[in-house]
Write a protein that binds this ligand. Structure first.
Ligand SMILES: *Cc1c(COP(=O)(O)O)cnc(C)c1O
Length: 222
């Protein structure tokens, strides 16, 4: 299957799952997660017309996308990985939205940079729905406070993002994220990856973040 076929197959999988669950067919935004993938695969997606991409590291994204964004100026880049405050300036420069805001210190650094660069990027608050110590994201009990702080700093908070613990039933985490978004009055839900995007879409995801199901396995060896 080509990259173009893989992208088409994702729509079909979502349609099948929505019918199976008995909900209207969803049409979430597809963020193609290009981290670690060889350039020719990314180019194939671009040539197919895909324009929404996600990266989880600022430096890697910079190496790839500074030049590609010149060739494809309508590309939209989402930062989906943990961000250190000392990289906030670069992140605001390069990305079109930040989905991994998870602490007030980072919210403050981003707000300052956006002011400096005269930008108002949409941001998502990442929630650590499984309370995993090694994972980024604000704990559920800290979400309301982080949301309020982010708003008072002037951030344009649009939604929530989560990465369910591997091994858990992801539907529990998707349902929790949706409930939290409702409580917070937020409309965007970034949830679902290659293994569970169809389920996430059927449960209300507005954004799905898909890497291997589009590009194939990532090769970390070289
Ligand atoms: C890598 C990554 C993805 C994509 O994972 P796949 O399983 O390859 O689809 C999605 N979200 C985040 C935050 C990631 O780091």
């Amino acid at each position: 299957m080509s990259i173009a076929d893989n992208i088409k197959a994702i729509d079909q999988e979502i349609a099948r799952m929505c019918k199976h669950v008995g909900v209207p067919v969803a049409n979430p935004r597809l963020i193609a997660v290009s981290k670690v993938q060889p350039k020719e695969r990314v180019l194939a997606a671009l040539e197919h017309g895909h324009r929404q991409f996600g990266e989880n590291r600022v430096q890697e994204a910079e190496e790839r996308w500074v030049s590609l964004k010149k060739e494809y100026p309508d590309v939209q880049l989402s930062l989906i990985g943990s961000l250190q405050t000392n990289k906030a300036a670069k992140a605001v420069e390069l990305f079109d939205e930040i989905q991994s805001v998870d602490r007030v210190k980072l919210a403050r650094a981003l707000a300052k940079e956006m002011k400096q660069q005269n930008k108002t990027l949409p941001v998502y608050l990442q929630v650590n729905t499984g309370a995993e110590p090694q994972k980024g994201g604000v704990l559920v009990k800290g979400l309301s406070e982080l949301h309020a702080d982010s708003l008072s700093l002037g951030l344009n908070v649009v939604g929530l993002m989560c990465i369910p613990p591997s091994g858990d039933d992801p539907s529990l985490h998707f349902a929790l994220l949706k409930k939290l978004a409702n409580q917070e009055g937020l409309s965007k839900l970034s949830m679902g990856m290659s293994g569970d995007y169809a389920l996430a879409a059927a449960m209300g995801a507005t954004d799905i973040r898909v890497g291997t199901a589009i590009f194939g396995e990532r090769d970390y060896s070289g």
